[in-house]
Write a protein that binds this ligand. Structure first.
Ligand SMILES: [Zn+2]
Length: 351
């Protein structure tokens, strides 16, 4: 009797254990566990909310603008649509062209350009990368695009967010021509500036990317260049958590200097290249003199035996929804309110 009772008790305990085991397995397999895991991986590790979008039009005096930022045009920017990338055959048999295309895995935020980052020496002798900052800008950016197109070669563009909102149609042309587009902050503020807080620096970076994404109608490359090459250490770390590659340079064309000329741009680049043998070249599609220098510079690169390496990203930049929303709100007000009444209200019938 006692053994029968013990047997029954044992069966009950075992059944309970099996049931508990299946319950555990079910819970682990259950739908609830997977989205939590995925969400944890999707969330940016240290993304701060945009507590203050410092570069609001009304608050722009708060930020120290030290670089090439152009005046805001009177006309509002239209809402852009995605741009198709069209690859076409090269019509120029003597073109500089592209000798090599490299794809960069931006995980962890690698840095390139020996002026600041010396870990990844990916260029071989005579190889150059053409980079252009501060656009898009009417006149100069289309002229840069034409010069590159005439030589069937490709560049890497770091757009200022504000400029992207002024001229989204030009930034679309950059992407449509097959070039790579990254970001260069919202308002070209020096991120090492004394008035800048970590939150303001973060806002400058994130809002810049959101603006470039809006202008392109698609995600930009996770590539960033610090204004004036001012590498703020906290932001270098932050960009690492956002998986954004940072680009310094090897050869500075000094095309932003007031006493620079198209001739000086060409001679500065060619002289430095003769010394260094290769490198990432820093130029500005914002500068008219650079646009004027480029046809000659590209011909001299070809004649000198230099080869262009095109840079692409393995993945795209994922903007933060908070910044996208804040940016969209800001864009809406001035866009709608600055339209002329005749384009908003039209008489379609009158007696
Ligand atoms: Zn710049």
């Amino acid at each position: 009797m006692r053994s029968a009772l013990a047997l029954m008790l044992g069966v009950v305990v075992m059944a309970g254990a099996i049931a508990a085991g299946w319950y555990l397995v079910g819970a682990l397999r259950g739908d609830g566990a997977v989205p939590q895991f995925a969400a944890a991986h999707q969330a940016p590790p240290s993304a701060n909310p945009p507590a203050k979008l410092a570069a609001k039009e009304g608050a722009k005096d708060d930020v120290e603008v030290t670089g090439a930022i152009g005046p805001k045009p009177a006309a509002p920017a239209p809402v852009p649509a995605p741009a198709p990338v069209v690859e076409k055959a090269c019509a120029n048999p003597d073109a500089l062209g592209v000798s090599r295309v490299v794809e960069i895995d931006t995980t962890g935020g690698p840095g390139f350009g020996f002026q600041h980052f010396k870990q990844f020496d990916f260029l071989t002798d005579k190889e150059v990368v053409l980079t252009f900052d501060d656009g898009p800008w009417p006149g100069s950016t289309p002229a840069v695009l034409k010069a590159l197109d005439d030589q069937c070669t490709k560049g890497l563009f770091f757009s200022i967010g504000k400029h992207a909102t002024y001229h989204p149609e030009i930034l679309k042309q950059v992407l449509a021509a097959g070039h790579t587009v990254g970001a260069h902050t919202w308002s070209h503020v020096n991120l090492n500036g004394k008035k800048m807080t970590e939150q303001m620096d973060t806002d400058e970076i994130e809002k810049g990317f959101s603006a470039v994404k809006w202008a392109l109608g698609t995600e930009p490359a996770p590539f960033f260049r610090f204004p004036e090459l001012q590498h703020n250490p906290a932001m270098v770390t932050y960009l690492g958590t956002r998986n954004v590659a940072m680009f310094s340079c090897d050869i500075d064309s000094h095309d932003y200097k007031h006493d620079s000329t198209p001739e000086k741009v060409v001679s500065t680049v060619m002289t430095e290249l003769a010394k260094q043998g290769k490198g990432i070249i820093l130029m500005h599609d914002f500068q008219k003199r650079t646009a004027e220098a480029l046809p000659t510079l590209l011909k001299q690169l070809k004649a000198g035996g230099y080869k262009v390496v095109q840079i692409k990203a393995k993945s795209t930049f994922q903007t933060l929804p908070d910044y996208d929303e804040a940016f969209a709100k800001e864009m809406k007000l001035p866009t709608a309110s600055s339209r002329p009444i005749s384009s908003v209200v039209q008489t379609v019938m009158s007696k």
